[in-house]
Design a protein around this ligand. Structure first.
Ligand SMILES: *Cc1c(COP(=O)(O)O)cnc(C)c1O
Length: 427
């Protein structure tokens, strides 16, 4: 049998060929022997983001005070959006930074329903991130009771078959809302194929890109996507709760508007007009005053991704995840783990889920500094997923090797029996 030591040599070889190796120095690192595999939930802190907050605190908020709006803050949502647009294949004027992903979902779902008002169905998926479903349920209950939500089913619990979408999306469908990369399994849709199907039935498509942006290539314009939303705090590394982005195809911007008429969406908020006159640009989807302290991390953090290049990032995260899956097959499957992500590289984002009935307690053992050599930070998603997020910007192949080694040791010693199955507030 293949010894696990051989994989250490392989990891070192892969690290030596890694063109993105130097980028890990862009990120803050603590003293601990820590392997961070949760960049799909909250990216590590870029040193440039830290410097930006410090500069804004002292020079801008501290010294410039209200003058900061004219010197820099007013244009910040557009400047940051321009950088996002390059990562998601959009035009700069189709993207804006504002609010959270949840609020942006609310705004764009409402906007899409207005365009397709005569239709009665909205199609989502049972694998959807809960906030997407909640927002739709709320819109139906509170505003649009004539609408029916239909959920595309998954036959394997990992992904939705294209056939299922073909069956559900019809000429009464107003809107389809899907996650490009699924939060639990990392399974990924073929965006162009889905867009073509949805358009052939006269419906609109809204993509949630939260687990995709910064991890996989996204080409909204060339695949003719209608709308999209996404987080900036996952693979984009912009900080906890940093504001989200939204995208509306240029052909649709004039045709619709935001259901929340806040003064930042007004043509000229500083006219203090009594009547709302929506901005003609994508700014019409803004609401109120931007959170500058959490938005000022976006530009410097995205610069790192633009410098690294999405092609390099994708190439490396395929190597990282497939290296882990290769080791999983040899060493972890025999310990009772089952792969909870697609095995095919083309169908998988940048995290890998492995399923085990004791996944929660195993995640506690990985996190415990007194168990094993490293603190490994994964996360747990019910019912039984141990989720490992691999970031091409700061994870190494040796870390993948060491994580597998720790997991193997936890399983062989049954170390997870030492931990309570009681869940914490945030898993
Ligand atoms: C993380 C995530 C969100 C988070 O939404 P917030 O409003 O930022 O809390 C939404 N959708 C998906 C698919 C996600 O993965």
């Amino acid at each position: 049998m293949d010894s696990i030591d051989n994989y250490r040599d392989k990891a070192i070889k892969l690290d030596s060929k890694d063109v993105l190796k130097e980028f890990s120095k862009e990120f803050f690192s603590s003293e601990e022997e820590m392997i961070y595999l949760d960049g799909n939930s909250l990216g590590k802190m870029p040193l440039r983001a830290k410097a930006s907050v410090e500069r804004v605190m002292s020079e801008e908020w501290g010294s410039a005070l209200i003058r900061g709006w004219n010197s820099s803050w007013w244009e910040m949502p557009e400047r940051a959006a321009e950088k996002v647009s390059r990562i998601i294949g959009a035009k700069p004027y189709e993207v804006i930074i504002s609010d959270s992903t949840s609020v942006n979902l609310y705004k764009l779902i409402s906007a899409a329903l207005k365009i397709n008002g005569g239709r009665h169905k909205i199609v989502c998926e049972e694998l959807s991130f809960p906030t997407d479903l909640y927002i739709i349920q709320g819109i139906i209950k509170e505003i649009n009771p004539g609408l029916e939500l239909q959920l595309a089913k998954s036959s394997d619990g990992l992904s939705v078959d294209f056939d299922e979408l073909e069956r559900l999306v019809d000429t009464d469908t107003a809107l389809v809302v899907l996650s490009l990369v699924s939060y639990r399994s990392a399974s990924m849709y073929n965006m162009k194929k889905v867009n073509d199907l949805v358009h052939s039935r006269g419906a609109l498509i809204l993509w949630d890109l939260s687990h995709a942006t910064g991890a996989v290539p996204v080409d909204l314009d060339n695949t003719k996507a209608d709308m999209a939303v996404g987080c900036t705090y996952k693979y984009l590394n912009c900080g906890p709760g940093s504001p989200a982005f939204l995208f509306v195809n240029e052909d649709l911007i004039d045709k619709t508007g935001s259901p929340i008429w806040g003064w930042f969406g007004e043509q000229n908020p500083f006219d203090f007009s009594k009547e709302f006159r929506p901005s003609k640009s994508i700014r019409k989807f803004m609401t109120g005053t931007s959170g500058i302290l959490s938005m000022c991390t976006i530009e410097p953090s995205l610069d790192i991704i633009l410098e690294a290049g999405m092609e390099n990032i994708r190439e490396k995260n395929i190597l990282l995840t497939s290296f882990f899956i290769e080791m999983y097959k040899k060493f972890l499957a025999p310990e009772g783990f089952v792969l909870g992500s697609p095995a095919d590289n083309e169908e998988r984002g940048s995290h890998v889920s492995v399923k085990h009935p004791e996944a929660y307690r195993i995640s506690k053992a990985l996190l415990d500094p007194d168990c094993g050599k490293y603190i490994v930070i994964p996360d747990f998603r019910p019912p039984d997923n141990l989720r490992l997020g691999f970031s091409a910007l700061y994870n190494s192949f040796e870390e993948v090797y060491n994580t597998t080694l720790e997991l193997l040791s936890i399983m062989q010693h049954r170390s997870y029996f030492d931990y309570s199955a009681e869940k914490e507030d945030v898993t």
